[in-house]
Design a protein around this ligand. Sequence first.
Ligand SMILES: *Cc1c(COP(=O)(O)O)cnc(C)c1O
Length: 399
Amino acid sequence: MARFVYADNAATTPVSEKVLQAMLPYFSQQYGNPSSLYSVGREAKKAVEQARETVARCLNAQPNEIFFTSGGSEADNWAIKGAAYEQAKRGKKHIITSKFEHHAVLHTVESLAKQGFSITYLDVHSDGLVRPEELEQAIREDTALVTIMYANNEIGTIQPVEELGAICKRRRVLFHTDAVQAVGNVPIDVEAQHIDLLSLTAHKLHGPKGAGALYVRRGVKLQNLVEGGAQERGRRAGTENTAGIVGLGAAMAMACDSIEQRAARLSKMRDRLIEGASKIDRAHLNGDPIHRLPGNVNMCFEGIEGESLLLMLDLKGICGSSGSACTSGSLDPSHVLLAIGLPHEIAHGSLRLSLSDQNSDEDVDYILEILPPIVERLRQMSPLWEKIVSENRPPYRLK
Ligand SMILES: *Cc1c(COP(=O)(O)O)cnc(C)c1O
């Protein structure tokens, strides 16, 4: 029987019913401008400040260290450009990042490179992890900022953030992490993990699109990215997206309060999916199986095209992804899979399935019923597969 299985939660998630209910009044009843002094304005302001407290609590931060933005991309841009321009005043124009960051980070550092900043890209090893000792070696006198993502959006690998943060603290370099995929999925503590700047967004944790935040450690100077009114204590202009901010707060509260139970349930489903799909001939898991987001499955199937696989899965009601949504439309394989050392040919056959707490064991059963015959059928039509078989090639091994 046909089902609909949404397994692309790393791209975005549906707004949960509870979050939606929390947001609704702020469109048409509590519509006041949070900067206005009369009561509908004050009510809106109160809601914004309550959301700020919730976000702060989830990260072990202070409310006055949380600044609302239009989402993860803006938070990344602000953290990186804001810190870089500030540090450049003191002659520090070197930035360290990694090769498998989200484009919101990679394209931002590339734009800074054109303005005379120098960029070091740390290698990502075949397990999908950066090595703290390589960060240590890359830091220079003129290093302004280190920006390394908390968890990768494609292969789900969770970086050794606390160790990276400790190195940056000891070497007195600012440490930013794009935690968009991690927030709500793994416990985060900006104090214990020595994080100076952290980006997050609501729509990856059952909140609305277009609402996010940047955590800025007290005392860290950032140049403004968005200039205008005095909102967000003069550091991020623009009338607050009240409903969006309320939605972010509600989503964070739900995600942070039940993090362990959800992670346990999700990782069980994830591991069953990985185990089942690994039975397919010449199937490979991408990224470390342990240091991994609880809902992330990313595999390559030799001899097929990820895009065709997605289309066939879609016909059966299954939504997944191949590479990231931002790169689809281009024929290049994902920069993340290339960064961990996969050859183009293998990287082209990738599939990411990302689960959330709205998925069920029946969803996993259904995927495991549908996926193997589809891979089989695509291989029968694939000249590449024919070549692999006729040459009697050994299965690919990641070095
Ligand atoms: C989705 C995502 C972003 C972008 O967030 P938006 O709110 O969509 O701008 C940035 N970084 C990572 C790791 C992401 O997964």
